[in-house]
Design a protein around this ligand. Structure first.
Ligand code: EPU
Length: 424
């Protein structure tokens, strides 16, 4: 199994360009099922989750070809299949994003239930209740969701709690429903706004995406469109945190400050200098780091997808920082690995108390999920000596060419084909 070998401590210094957002690209790809196409997408990051979604779409009969950085997807007439099998869905929960578009366009779909994952149970009850509110008949059988509707009908649906892919699934389904749909208590993430922009280019009538109430007036059909996905705010945040943690300086080209507000506020309060421009965002840190508490929450709260990386930063702050994870119930698996590198962190339910600063020392650690892996890479760059981060296939799901980008920033990070038999 491939791993990263990191030799620290390093100071991150230089410029890096943001990749397209994985979590905007996934629903954008799924949207290709809504029309005959073609749908031309650019800015898709070269990461494993995107390859998995393209494979799933291929299985559903969507033809895709690459022309430079543009991916051209063509679902064609009603020739595609309606079945998303376990083998594909189990590797990526976001596969559930094909459910809404398939039911809306074909009138039926059978998608494997994604099941739990390392960061929590993650049910999809809201996706299903929402589809039922639009008139679909939903059944769970043999680990699969089957949904049917001759034609979906607009309705009013209130999410019990905001869900990102749930909001996206229903927004896509409602585009082809008869009449008006009102979705309430929606997730407000920038990726949802981006999907609405794409759907509008395809001819959908959507208002309010990015707010808690989204109104969609269904249309008979959607058409071809071209779209570039937004930059990846979580990737950008990860590189900003890397520079903050190592006392370095970075310019992230393509960063949109407004989408990163909750992180930038904490970085500024903890002693980092930030400067936003039209082209990106600069961060540097020369002085000591101050501890600052965070509480993860749906957008515009602090993103759960940056919690692990922020925790790595707080190990270097002087004093105690409390981190409260409210979105997923099991997203502290990086804590025991950080402790192996010397961090002093106590967990109490949804709270993690980080006592710093602790000098970190290189160790063998194991990635458990995508963002936990990124946290360990950050810790490895700040730590003295060699760190081996195992199971980096998690990282490859969502970070494009991470080792190359970090090398460009002066870090000593190498991808090894297998874990060494013992640390050097
Ligand atoms: N939830 C339910 N029922 C549902 C749906 C969600 O109870 O039907 C709960 C979840 O269990 C969780 C909370 O609601 O406690 C929020 O989950 P959400 O549905 O918003 O998560 P998601 O849509 O499955 C997306 C991102 C995740 C990110 C979360 C939260 C994509 C493809 N994935 O997941 O990204 O952590 O929103 O912001 O957009 C990552 O990139 O590392 C990642 C995990």
């Amino acid at each position: 199994m491939e791993c990263f070998r990191i030799v620290g401590p390093t100071r991150i210094r230089g410029e890096v360009t943001a990749s397209g957002a994985k979590n905007a690209a996934l629903p954008a790809l799924a949207a290709s099922l809504l029309s005959e196409g073609p749908l031309e997408l650019s800015g898709l990051p070269a990461v494993r989750d995107i390859r998995t979604m393209r494979q799933l779409l291929g299985h559903l009969g969507v033809e895709s070809e690459e022309q430079g950085e543009v991916v051209r997807l063509q679902a064609g007439e009603q020739t595609h299949f309606d079945d998303a099998p376990y083998e594909l869905v189990k590797t990526m929960r976001a596969s559930i994003l094909v459910l809404g578009p398939l039911v809306a366009r074909l009138g039926h779909a059978r998608v494997s239930l994604p099941g739990g994952c390392a960061i929590g149970v993650r049910p999809i009850d809201q996706h299903l209740a929402g589809l039922e509110a639009l008139g679909a008949e939903v059944q769970l059988e043999h680990g699969y969701v089957s949904a049917r509707a001759h034609r979906l009908t607009g309705g009013v649906f209130r999410f019990t709690a905001p869900t990102v892919t749930g909001t996206e699934n229903l927004m896509m389904a409602a585009c082809l429903a008869r009449g008006t749909t009102v979705l309430q208590n929606c997730a407000r993430e920038p990726e949802i706004r981006d999907l609405a922009t794409l759907l509008r280019k395809m001819g959908a009538h959507i208002e309010g995406a990015g707010s808690e109430r989204i109104e969609i007036e269904g249309v008979e059909r959607l058409t071809s469109a071209s779209h570039r996905v937004i930059p990846d705010r979580i990737e950008i945040g990860t590189y900003l945190l890397a520079a903050a943690m190592t006392g370095g300086e970075i310019f992230v080209r393509g960063a949109i400050s407004a989408d990163l507000a909750p992180l930038l506020e904490k970085l500024a309060a903890s002693g980092c200098d930030l400067e936003a421009s039209n082209t990106g965002l600069r961060l540097s840190r020369a002085g000591d780091l101050k501890p600052r508490d965070i509480l993860t929450a749906p957008h515009p709260g602090f993103p759960t997808d940056l919690q692990a990386q922020y925790m790595a930063l707080m190990t270097q702050a002087t004093g105690q920082a409390t981190i409260c994870e409210t979105v997923f119930e099991n997203r502290f698996q990086h804590v025991s690995e950080l402790a192996r590198m010397g961090a002093d962190i106590r967990i109490n339910g949804a709270f993690a108390h980080v006592h710093g600063p602790t000098p970190l020392s290189g160790a063998r650690v194991m990635a458990t999920d995508l963002r936990a892996s990124a946290c360990l890479v950050l810790a490895g760059m700040a730590a003295g000596g060699e760190t081996i981060v195992g199971r980096i296939y998690h990282l490859d799901r969502g970070y494009e060419q991470m080792e190359l980008k970090l090398q460009q920033l002066g870090a000593r990070v190498q991808r090894l084909p297998a874990e060494p038999t013992r640390a050097a």
